[in-house]
Design a binder for this molecule. Structure first.
Ligand code: KG4
Ligand code: ZN
Length: 328
């Protein structure tokens, strides 16, 4: 069974082909250069670029996998949450493809797809688990007692973790999105140099990152000559410490021994270092997909679509994009 996955919910156009559970190709075209000068994603610009890039990317994926369109068995696409224009481009294309080839269509939740990146990377590490979804648009903790069942147990009350890194990066003059550059600079800095706060560290499973960004604004006003490496290392340390603490708290409260970290920020080196080390002490195993499956990609969309297809689910051609689609 060959599944084609299509992802266009934000600023990555991605097309993947899966043979059963194996990735044949996973092509990602990032629009970051297009949005960098605006300091964030411009929805209309993103929609137009998805429209331009998606059809040739599908051709390229088929060519790389040495497949014909007639060999496809299932079309999976992100239906939400995300930006409505970009979502509509992918969904409309997927519907057209399904209709033209007489294939079933499965529209998936982008957050559930992120969790399926874990399943693709570590199929042996099955639920029950707690998933930490950390990206530019989302930061949440999700209890996964079994595949297909999700209960959000914590979420950010303001900015997402990636957003907190991107806004901080903008403040210190790094190009958008700043997460990877902060990651890089932090590796050469002192995480204890600046005493940034750890918002909401002591209580509950929710997050709040807006205050951290404000603390950075005031610190820079009062200490404008702080080394950039030390600033990045200290700021990242505050974000990582909160993510680690809450994930382990959730695992303990839910009584699960496994944690899966997914989404763009899961590519962060400091998080990948600190969380497993801290978790080991509490008997919790932590899994990170490889970086290319952490950031937005269509392989995770295809894997999620295949799971629902095998359960007999199908999305009608009348389905619309769902920009605020909840998980679970
Ligand atoms: O999952 P993703 O590709 O898109 C969304 O659904 O948001 O995540 C993008 C986010 C951005 O905020 C970016 O700065 C962050 O992930 N990011 C990182 C790293 N790579 C990407 N943050 C920290 N360290 C990284 N290595
Ligand atoms: Zn995402």
């Amino acid at each position: 069974m060959i599944t084609i996955g299509i992802e266009t919910s934000c600023d990555e156009t991605s097309v993947a082909l899966l043979r059963d559970g194996d990735i044949l190709v996973n092509l990602v075209y990032s629009q970051v250069d297009l949005h960098a000068r605006f300091g964030g994603v411009v929805p209309e610009v993103a929609s137009r670029d998805h429209l331009r890039k998606l059809p040739p990317l599908v051709e390229e994926a088929l060519k790389k996998a040495e497949l014909e369109a007639s060999q496809l068995g299932l079309v999976g696409v992100t239906r939400g949450p995300g930006l409505v224009g970009p979502l509509l481009v992918g969904l409309s294309y997927a519907k057209g493809l399904a209709l033209a080839l007489g294939l079933p269509l499965v529209g998936v939740n982008h957050l559930e797809a992120h969790i399926f990146a874990h399943r693709l990377a570590h199929p042996e590490a099955e639920p029950p688990l707690v998933a930490l979804i950390v990206s530019g648009g989302h930061t949440s903790l999700v209890h996964v007692p079994e595949w297909g069942t999700y209960r959000q147990v914590g979420a950010t009350r303001d900015d997402a973790a990636g957003e907190a890194l991107d806004k901080f990066g903008r403040l210190i003059g790094l190009p958008y999105p700043a997460g990877p550059a902060v990651d890089e600079l932090a590796g050469r800095g002192d995480p204890q140099a600046v005493p940034f706060p750890r918002p909401m560290l002591e209580s509950g499973l929710d997050f709040s990152f807006a205050g951290l960004k404000t603390a950075a604004v005031y610190w820079l006003r009062d200490h404008p000559h702080t080394h950039q490496e030390d600033l990045c290392a200290s700021y990242l340390e505050a974000v990582v410490e909160v993510l680690v603490e809450k994930t382990l708290r959730a695992a303990k409260l839910l009584g699960v021994q496994r944690a899966a970290v997914v989404g763009g920020v899961a590519a962060n080196r400091r998080l990948r270092e600190v969380l497993p080390a801290r978790a080991a002490a509490g008997g919790v195993e932590v899994y990170f997909p490889p970086p290319e499956l952490c950031t937005d990609n269509a392989a995770m969309v295809a894997a999620c679509a295949l799971f629902h297809h095998l359960r007999g689910e199908e999305t009608p051609l009348s389905a619309s994009a769902a920009p605020a689609l909840p998980l679970g």
